[in-house]
Design a protein around this ligand. Structure first.
Ligand code: PEP
Ligand code: MN
Length: 341
């Protein structure tokens, strides 16, 4: 439910309500927006009815949520959330760029790409150590060795790391190496995994499934938020449609829709959305124009030799071009792309 305050409510009056919520051990979030000061509250709110919160000084109204997902909604928090990954802030004025290979393949390959994407302005290194492959005979990732390489590259080069975790049994291990845990499209409704990454306390990059509706997707985010972990970034990465000319169809409209319905920051992954490097730069431009807070881009020094997703990987030179072309779009919206170079 939401506790809405009168426009002239005093700090003390708001604080008294917050103290009551704390005493009763409710989870809540205070925000300021079009409706003035609002406390979004979750838990057994019938307990609060008996406390007559609506009669407390400064309170204008106590309203139920009008949407079934709660903590993920704009009703819970009117302001956009900022998620901190290492020293990178996602959801603030800067548009964050996460870039790197689809899979971690070797130390040399990873370090070479990491250096180039950092020089171009990326602040988070991506790379899979556990790969969800369509065929069990395809490269499945280097596992722990891949995590070690990611951590090594991150420390040496100065980038935060995001990497996928596919199995509840690996959450603790992956969390030791990564700054942010990625839940892949195929696992978006693996509820046990969502609970487990939530409980790790690490920031989570939650990818939309190829067949997940926006409402289902917000429920997936809610699973993580319900553990008390508020560090969730949504990621649109293309959905399956009737057209096969691209790997998936990038739902650019998901960006403003999710912004409207949720306070969580939004990343767009045009690499998996298109499956073809030729379309990655235009879709990255579109994503930032639509309001994305972050981009995730696959980059490989030799895409034709990549162990996975070569056809959609940009060369480092093409990644430089992406950064050059997207930066003025961010600037036009009063934002800045990546790290100042
Ligand atoms: C990936 O990021 O490499 C990946 C497998 O993405 P998705 O889960 O979106 O397919
Ligand atoms: Mn990939």
């Amino acid at each position: 439910m939401r506790i809405v305050f009168l426009p002239n409510a005093t700090r003390m009056q708001i604080q008294r309500v917050e103290e009551l919520l704390q005493q009763l051990r409710f989870r809540y979030r205070r925000s300021h927006g079009d409706e003035g000061t609002v406390l979004g509250v979750v838990g057994d709110t019938s307990l609060l009815a008996s406390k007559r919160v609506e009669r407390m000084r400064g309170v204008a109204a106590v309203l139920p949520f009008t949407v079934p997902y709660k903590q993920a909604s704009r009703e819970y928090c009117q302001e956009g959330s900022v998620v901190q990954v290492g020293n990178v802030r996602i959801g603030g004025p800067d548009v964050v760029v996460m870039a790197g290979p689809c899979s971690v393949e070797s130390q040399d390959g990873l370090f070479a790409v990491a250096r180039r994407v950092k020089a171009a302005g990326a602040t988070i290194l991506r790379g899979g150590a556990f790969k969800p492959r369509t065929s069990p005979y395809s490269f499945q990732g280097l596992g722990r060795e891949g995590l070690e390489l990611l951590q090594h590259a991150s420390r040496e080069i100065g980038l935060a790391v995001v990497t996928e975790v596919m199995d509840t049994r690996h959450v603790e291990m992956v969390a030791q190496y990564a700054d942010m845990l990625q839940i892949g499209a195929r696992n978006v409704q693996n509820f046990d995994l969502l609970r487990e990454v939530g409980a790790s306390g690490k920031p989570v990059l939650l990818k939309r499934g190829m067949m997940t509706t926006i409402e289902e997707y917000l429920f997936c985010a809610e699973y993580i938020l319900a553990t008390g972990n508020e560090q969730v970034v949504l990621c649109e990465r293309g959905i399956r449609t009737f057209d096969t000319v691209t790997r998936n169809t990038l739902d650019v409209c998901a960006v403003p829709v999710l912004k409207h319905r949720s306070h969580l920051p939004i990343c767009v992954d045009p690499s998996h959305a298109t499956g073809d490097w030729r379309y990655v730069i235009p879709m990255a431009r579109a994503a930032v124009a639509a309001g994305a807070d972050a981009l995730m881009i696959e980059v490989h020094a030799q895409p034709e030799a990549a162990f996975s997703d070569g056809p959609q990987s940009l060369t480092p030179n093409r990644f430089d071009q992406l950064m050059r072309e997207v930066a003025p779009i961010a600037t036009a919206l009063g934002r800045k792309l990546g790290r100042a170079r």
